[in-house]
Design a protein around this ligand. Structure first.
Ligand code: ZN
Length: 128
């Protein structure tokens, strides 16, 4: 089976094993580059080594079980962290990195496609 995952142009990645994070409310959407989706944009994230993420505060977020009017914050955050780590959108509908998620839906488990993509970017090359 061929992979559905994708990388950003130039295949940027982090060249360190530990990433630190901070919460900064002064970051604006204009600060975030690298990902742009027309229509209803829930969040943005920038690839390595920018690594910024922004959520649309006007959306109706859920941190537990989203109802039909809410977006699942954990699902969207997991997707955006995938971008921060260097994954682009996948064409696999089961993947966290699939670009569309409906309200009321929670997708929190990594698919094989997500895992294969991140391994292709970060795992040491296997000896043959
Ligand atoms: Zn995305």
């Amino acid at each position: 089976m061929s992979p559905n995952y994708a990388f950003f142009d130039g295949k940027p990645k982090w060249n360190k094993n530990y990433l630190n994070y901070t919460f900064d409310s002064s970051v604006t959407p204009e600060d975030i580059i690298g990902v742009g989706m027309p229509g209803s944009v829930l969040a943005h994230a920038a690839p390595p080594t920018i690594g910024k993420m922004h959520f649309d505060a006007d959306e109706n977020w859920s941190i537990d079980n989203p109802n039909g009017d809410q977006h699942d914050l954990v699902s969207v955050a997991t997707h955006e962290i995938g971008h921060i780590l260097g994954l682009q959108h996948s064409t696999n509908v089961d993947a966290i990195m699939y670009p569309f998620m409906n309200r009321g839906m929670a997708k929190r488990k990594l698919s094989d496609d997500d895992i294969d993509g991140i391994a292709a970017l970060y795992a040491p090359a296997r000896k043959t």
